[in-house]
Design a protein around this ligand. Structure first.
Ligand code: C2O
Ligand code: CU
Length: 548
C-alpha cells in the first residue's frame, strides 16, 4: 500500500462518504461551493458499498476508505437529523477573511471572521435550524467545526472526513438543527487556522431557561502569535514539527510536511518570525509541562491586558459568565477578583451548582458561572497556566481606577474546582449501564520528536475505531506522555464517571487514565483528538466510525 498523499486522503473520504453525495454533484462541481443549495435534510440513497477507488475530479485515482461504516451523508444521519425536528431557520452570513485586527495598542494582520476578534457570536434558540453560509475569502481552503454540538455528521466540518474543504473564493452552506441549549463555539478544522483569529462563540438559548440572571457576559480566552514579528501558526507548526533537535529555525520544513492539511509551501509561508518553541514551562496543576508554544500575547475577547474589555453592571446584579478557551496551546486559570464563582454548566451541560474561587480551562473547554456583582472595579484574570503570563478583562459596577494589566487576584491561588469534582445535573445524567464496548486510546508521543498520536499511530483519515448505534461506549484515554492533553470527542457529550459532568472536552494529566462513557446515538464518522492544535495537527487525532 502506498503512502497516501493529501489528495488521496481527501478522495478516500469521499469514497467513504458513499455515492449519494457524488451522484448529486457533477464531477467538476465538487469543489466546495457546489454544495450550496443541496438539500441536506433529504435522505440520500444509501451507498451499497464504497467504490473500490474512484477518480477524484481533480486528482489521481485513490484508495477506498474502509467499507462497512455509516457515510456522513447517509440515511442514518438524515434519520437522526429528522429526529431532532429541525425548526425555523436562523440565517447567518459569515466571511472568513484576511484583515487587520486591533488588539488594543497593537495591530496585527491575521485571518478572522469579518473584521472582529472574536468573530461575531452566533445566537440561536433550541429547535432552530442554523443556516449559516460561510464565504471563504482566505487564500487557503477552510472549514467550520461546531465544537460540542451533537449535529448531523455531514455538517461537522472536518475536511477529508465529513466534507471537502471549502476552497479559497468558494462558500458553503452549513445547515443543521440545534438540539440542545448551551455555550459552544466554532472554528476551522483545517490545519492550524484555529490559532489565527478564526473563532467565535455559539450560544444556544433555552426558551425555558431555568437560571435567573440579570446580565450575560461571554468571555473568550485566546493565546496569540499570528502576525507578531512575522510569526504565523503555520511557521510555529513547522518549527515544532522539526522536533527539539531542530530548534532555532533552519528555514526548512520537514520532508513530507507539505502533505499536511493547511500547511502552506515553504515558499508561500513568507517570514516565519522568531522561535516560538517553549521549553521548561511547568505547572503543578497540569502535572508538569504546561505547553509547547510561547505565544507572545494572551487575550480576553480579543484584547491585550493593557487595553482590556470592560463589562459594566450594577452592584447586586447576577451575571452569567460564559467562559470559552479558544487557545491553541494554553490552559487558563481564571478568577474574578473579589468574587466567588458558582459553576452551573460545563461544555454546555448543566451541573449541580458548585462554588469555587478559580477554574482551569483546557483548550476547547467551557464553563458557565454565576456571580453576584460587588460594588467597584474588579479584574477578571486569565492566567496562562504555567506560562507566567496572563490576560485581563474588567468588571465595573462602580467608581475606581481600572486594574493594572499585571493584576493577579488572590482568588487565582484559592480553591480551584476541577471537572472531576463536579456532578451532572440530574436532567443530563447518563443512566447507569455497563459499557458494551471499550475503546482504548493511549496518548503517545512527545515534543522531542513531535510524534503526538493515539496508540503510536499518526492520524490517518481512513482509520476507524468501530462503534455501533445504540451502544454504551467507553473511551479510555491512557496518557503515557509527559504532558497533559485536552481530549475532545465530536458529535457527542460523554460523562465523566457514573454521576460526573457531561463534557465534550476533558483534561487528561500525564501518567493518568481518563475513562468516559457516552451513548452512541448520533451516527457518522466522528473525530477524537487532542485540542492542542499543534498536537492534533502533528497526529493526535483519530476517528470513531459507526458501523453501517
Ligand atoms: Cu474544537 Cu475537532 O474541535
Ligand atoms: Cu495534546
Amino acid at each position: 500500500m502506498r503512502t497516501p498523499t493529501r489528495r488521496t486522503v481527501l478522495g478516500a473520504a469521499f469514497a467513504a462518504a458513499g455515492t449519494g453525495l457524488l451522484a448529486a454533484c457533477s464531477s467538476d462541481s465538487m469543489n466546495g461551493d457546489s454544495m450550496n443549495g443541496m438539500d441536506h435534510s433529504a435522505a440520500v440513497p444509501s451507498a451499497p458499498s464504497a467504490p473500490a477507488g474512484f477518480v477524484a475530479p481533480n486528482g489521481p485515482e485513490v484508495a477506498a476508505a474502509p467499507a462497512g461504516f455509516v457515510a456522513p451523508n447517509g440515511p442514518e444521519v438524515a434519520a437522526a437529523e429528522a429526529g431532532r425536528k429541525p425548526g425555523p431557520e436562523r440565517k447567518v452570513a459569515l466571511t472568513a477573511t484576511e484583515t487587520t485586527l486591533d488588539l488594543g495598542g497593537r495591530t496585527v494582520r491575521s485571518w478572522a471572521y469579518g473584521d472582529r476578534l472574536p468573530g461575531q457570536e452566533v445566537r440561536a434558540t433550541v429547535g432552530d435550524t442554523l443556516a449559516l453560509t460561510l464565504a471563504n475569502h482566505l487564500p487557503q481552503p477552510t472549514s467550520l467545526h461546531w465544537h460540542g454540538l451533537a449535529l448531523r455528521n455531514d455538517m461537522d466540518g472536518v475536511p477529508g472526513l465529513t466534507q471537502e474543504a471549502v476552497r479559497a473564493g468558494a462558500s458553503f452552506d452549513y445547515r443543521f438543527a440545534l438540539s440542545r441549549p448551551g455555550t459552544y463555539w466554532f472554528h476551522p478544522h483545517s490545519g492550524v487556522q484555529q490559532d489565527r483569529g478564526l473563532y467565535a462563540p455559539l450560544i444556544v438559548e433555552d426558551p425555558k431557561e431555568p437560571l435567573r440572571y440579570d446580565r450575560e457576559w461571554v468571555v473568550v480566552l485566546d493565546d496569540w502569535v499570528d502576525g507578531v514579528d512575522g510569526s504565523s501558526p503555520d511557521a510555529v507548526l513547522a518549527e515544532l514539527a522539526r522536533g527539539m533537535g531542530g530548534m532555532g529555525h533552519s528555514g526548512h520544513t520537514m520532508p513530507g510536511m507539505s502533505g499536511m492539511s493547511g500547511m502552506p509551501d515553504a515558499s508561500s509561508a513568507g517570514a516565519s518570525g522568531p522561535s516560538r518553541m517553549l521549553m521548561g514551562a511547568t505547572s503543578p496543576l497540569l502535572g508538569g509541562d504546561a505547553g509547547d508554544v510561547a505565544h507572545p500575547f494572551h487575550l480576553v475577547n480579543g484584547r491585550l491586558p493593557g487595553a482590556p474589555e470592560t463589562f459594566t453592571a450594577k452592584p447586586g446584579d447576577r451575571i452569567r459568565i460564559r467562559l470559552i478557551n479558544a487557545g491553541g496551546d494554553t490552559a487558563y486559570r481564571v478568577a474574578l477578583g473579589g468574587h466567588e464563582l458558582t459553576v452551573t454548566h460545563t461544555d454546555g451541560f448543566p451541573v449541580e451548582p458548585a462554588t469555587t474561587q478559580a477554574l482551569l480551562l483546557g483548550m476547547g473547554e467551557r464553563y458557565d458561572v454565576l456571580v453576584t456583582a460587588q460594588d467597584g472595579v474588579f479584574p477578571l484574570t486569565a492566567l496562562a497556566e504555567g506560562k507566567n503570563a496572563g490576560a485581563l478583562a474588567v468588571l465595573r459596577t462602580g467608581g475606581g481606577a481600572a486594574p493594572d494589566a499585571s493584576t493577579r487576584p488572590a482568588e487565582l491561588d484559592g480553591r480551584l474546582l476541577t471537572a472531576a469534582r463536579l456532578k451532572a445535573d440530574r436532567s443530563v445524567r447518563l443512566p447507569a449501564r455497563a459499557p458494551d464496548r471499550t475503546v482504548l486510546l493511549e496518548l503517545t508521543g512527545g515534543m522531542a520528536k513531535a510524534d503526538w498520536a493515539f496508540n503510536g499511530r499518526k492520524y490517518d483519515p481512513a482509520q476507524r475505531h468501530p462503534v455501533a448505534a445504540g451502544e454504551r461506549v467507553r473511551l479510555e484515554f491512557r496518557n503515557t506522555t509527559a504532558m497533559w492533553h485536552p481530549v475532545h470527542l465530536h458529535g457527542h457529550t460523554f460523562a465523566l464517571g457514573a454521576d460526573g459532568p457531561r463534557k465534550d472536552t476533558a483534561v487528561v494529566l500525564p501518567g493518568t487514565t481518563l475513562t468516559v462513557d457516552f451513548d452512541a446515538d448520533n451516527p457518522g464518522l466522528w473525530m477524537v483528538h487532542c485540542h492542542n492544535v499543534y498536537h492534533s495537527e502533528t497526529g493526535m487525532m483519530t476517528v470513531l466510525g459507526y458501523q453501517a
